[in-house]
Design a protein. Structure first.
Length: 174
């Protein structure tokens, strides 16, 4: 096998564990460098979603509840990071995280302001069949400290919030 054919084949084999979507995804490219997938300026710093190594970029071969045929897929070990005064603080780790979007543009965070803190919600999936999963972070307005928010319900603790598309759209600025 020549080098070009071998490189072509290697970029098409995922290094992440198989999932229910593995057979529905074609890997188009692999980036070994750090990639910023989300970014949001806050009053005190910047929130990022950053790949921590190899990122596989592909597309859906068939439509599903997560997206339409051709939608772009991204998979890596990601970190949610808060940067303040050139200091990075990891807020959340998302290992082998796969998400789907219609474009490769950086994702925005939804913003909700409270008296003492600003809350930011990152929604990596653009659609699902059951509601949209968001990761929620708060930034203290007085000290600038950032931290992830946990959801407590029925005795369980989750790192994400599942909310309806209606609520998500209603929260977007007009």
């Amino acid at each position: 096998m020549d080098t070009n054919a071998r490189n072509y084949h290697e970029t098409r084999v995922s290094s992440f564990p198989e999932s229910a979507l593995t057979a529905s995804i074609a890997i188009d490219s692999v980036n070994e460098d750090q990639v910023f997938r989300a970014e949001q300026q806050t009053g005190q710093g910047t929130l990022f979603m950053i790949s921590k190594g190899r990122e596989e970029r592909g597309h859906l071969l068939v439509s599903s509840t997560l997206g339409q045929e051709g939608d772009q897929t991204f998979q890596s070990d990601y970190a949610e990071v808060y940067r303040q005064d050139n200091h990075d603080k990891v807020l959340l780790e998302l290992p082998a995280f796969l998400f789907i979007q219609t474009t490769d543009e950086k994702l925005p965070f939804q913003h909700v302001s409270f008296t003492n803190a600003d809350v930011y919600i990152l929604t990596p999936q653009h659609k699902t069949g059951y509601g949209v999963e968001g990761y929620v972070f708060a930034v203290d307005k007085h000290h600038g400290d950032a931290f992830p928010l946990e959801m407590h319900r029925h005795g369980k603790t989750d790192q994400s919030l599942l909310y309806s598309l209606f609520v998500r759209l209603a929260a977007q600025p007009t």
